[in-house]
Structures are given as C-alpha cells and as structure tokens.
Design a protein around this ligand. Structure first.
Ligand code: NAP
Length: 261
C-alpha cells in the first residue's frame, strides 16, 4: 500500500513550506485546505519539482460534516498515511466580547476539534498498520494565557497539552507525536487584523521555510516539543520563571500592540 504524509493547512504559510520540505525528501503527499485552485497548482508544482505523488482535497475543516466525508474517503481508500501534519489554524484578535461568535466557533472547530478528530481517525489507522508519526502545530502562544487573543492562546495550549499526552499514550502503538510551536512567522496569518507594524513583513521574523526545515529535522530526531528559533525558545520558557499574574499582564500588553484600532 502506498504511503503518504497528510498535511492540513497546506495551501499557504507554514503548511505549504512543510509540504515542500517533505516533498523534497521524496514523500508522497495529501494536501488539505479550503482553496482548491491553490492546492491544485501546488500539487502540480511539487510533483514536477520533486517527482512525488501529490494528491489534494479541498475541505473546510470548520464544517464537521465535510470532515466526516473526507475521513470516510480516507478509510475506504487504499492510501496509508504514515505522517499526519495538523497545521491548519486560524486566529482572532481583539476583545473577546466584541468578536463575531461564528468566527470564534470556527477557530475552535479548526484549531481544536478537527485536529483532534484527525488524530483519532488517522491515529487508529496508523496503529492498525504498525505505527506512524503525528506533528501538531501549536504556537509559542500555547505557553501563556493571551488577553486580546484569548481563544487563540487557549486553543494552542490545548494542542500543546493534547499532543504531549498523546505522545505518551501512543508510544506503545509505535506512533511518535510531536508538537511544533513557532513564534511569529512571515505568513498571511496576521494579515486580517494587523496594525501598521505589519509583523508579517518584519524581516526579523522567521520565514515559513526556516520553520519547516527546523521542524522536519526535529521530526527526524523525534523531538517532543519543537520550538524553532532561540528567541522563541526564550519566550516559551519565560512564563515558567515569572509569577502568573505578571505573565498574563505582559502577554496582554504584547498582544495589544497588534490589536486592530
Ligand atoms: N504565522 C505565525 O506567526 C504563526 C505562529 C505560531 C503558530 N502558527 C500556526 O501555524 C499554522 C499555520 O499558520 P500560517 O502562519 O501558515 O498561516 P496561513 O498562511 O494563514 O495558513 C493557514 C492555513 O490553514 C488553512 N485553513 C484555515 N482555515 C481553514 C479551514 N476552515 N479549513 C481548512 N483549512 C483551513 C488555510 O488554507 P485555506 O485558506 O485554503 O483554507 C492555510 O493553508 C496555524 O495553526 C497557526 O496557528 C502561526
């Protein structure tokens, strides 16, 4: 049975960079995101450049029924997934009470529910086929509460804790679980709500390609928590040193710097 790496959020940013890094290593891929046209052109390009098989599936992961349909296709298909990369994610910014509820719900559906469901479905299939590897994408936001990005930080804390717990549970099934916690990265992620600072244009930020290269090398070494960049490793460690009250105040100040006017 042919083996594939399944990557969600592969139409742009870190997910796309991970797809390229894995294709470069000769991996067959199944790419998932909402934008069919983007996925199609990425699949053609990666196939031409690296000679691997690249399949794609347009799926809105905020819609549980669509995800069910995709999971059914996977179950009935002949393709074995030995690497699952849960990279699709969205963020919201600003005061919680001012947020549109449907957008908050989508965030929880994509960042938490879809990721968990994919780990369950693909994890069970991996266990049946002798093992595999899972990489969940969290963020350095996972290490502290984040006023003005409260649901985003909380969703990434879930991803971090869930992945660490799964790592222990799934070891006996020969499934290795890692969690990637990037810091601010030059992608379209901030585009909707950034102010003049434009973090996605900041040359000091890591590029998605740097994050992906670091991540695939860390996967080779089966690292549990993968934090690309020395500065980001410091930021992730700091909340453990300070009192909790100070951590949440400083985190809020940092987030507010990027809040929409
Ligand atoms: N950029 C950063 O600074 C940063 C830092 C730490 C962690 N992260 C995390 O890294 C991951 C990737 O983010 P990124 O920075 O690469 O941002 P991005 O370029 O905006 O990529 C987000 C990806 O998620 C997909 N996606 C969003 N909503 C979806 C939905 N409802 N259904 C299916 N796919 C969906 C998007 O594809 P479609 O639009 O085609 O659906 C896209 O491929 C996220 O989990 C994010 O939280 C980012």
């Amino acid at each position: 049975m042919a083996r594939y790496a399944l990557i969600t959020g592969a139409s742009s940013g870190i997910g796309l960079a991970l797809a390229e890094a894995l294709a470069r290593r000769g991996r067959n891929l199944i790419l998932v995101a909402r934008q069919r046209d983007r996925l199609e052109s990425i699949a053609i390009e990666l196939t031409q450049r690296f000679g691997v098989e690249v399949l794609f599936r347009a799926c809105d992961l905020s819609e549980p029924l669509r995800l069910s349909g995709f999971l059914l296709e996977l179950e009935e298909g002949e393709r074995q997934i030995d690497l699952l990369v849960n990279c699709a994610g969205i963020g919201t910014f600003g005061p919680f009470l001012g947020q549109d509820w449907m957008t908050e719900q989508d965030l929880i559906e994509v960042n938490i529910l879809a990721l968990t469901r994919l780990c369950h479905a693909v994890g069970n299939s991996m266990a049946l086929h002798g093992g595999g590897q899972i990489l969940n994408v969290a963020s350095i936001a996972a290490f502290q509460p984040g006023p003005w990005m409260s649901t985003y930080h909380a969703s990434k804390a879930y991803v971090l804790h869930f992945s660490e717990a799964l790592r222990i549970e799934l070891k006996k099934c020969a499934i290795k679980v890692s969690v990637l916690c990037p810091g601010p990265t030059r992608t379209g992620f901030f585009a909707e709500w950034q102010r003049d600072e434009k973090p996605s244009d900041d040359k000091k930020l890591m590029s998605p390609e740097e994050v992906a290269l670091y991540a695939v090398r860390a996967l080779d070494r089966d690292r549990a928590i993968i934090i690309p960049g020395r500065r980001n490793r410091w930021i992730a460690a700091l909340p453990r040193l300070g009192p909790r009250w100070l951590v949440r105040i400083l985190s809020g100040m940092s987030n507010k710097a990027y809040c929409p006017r």
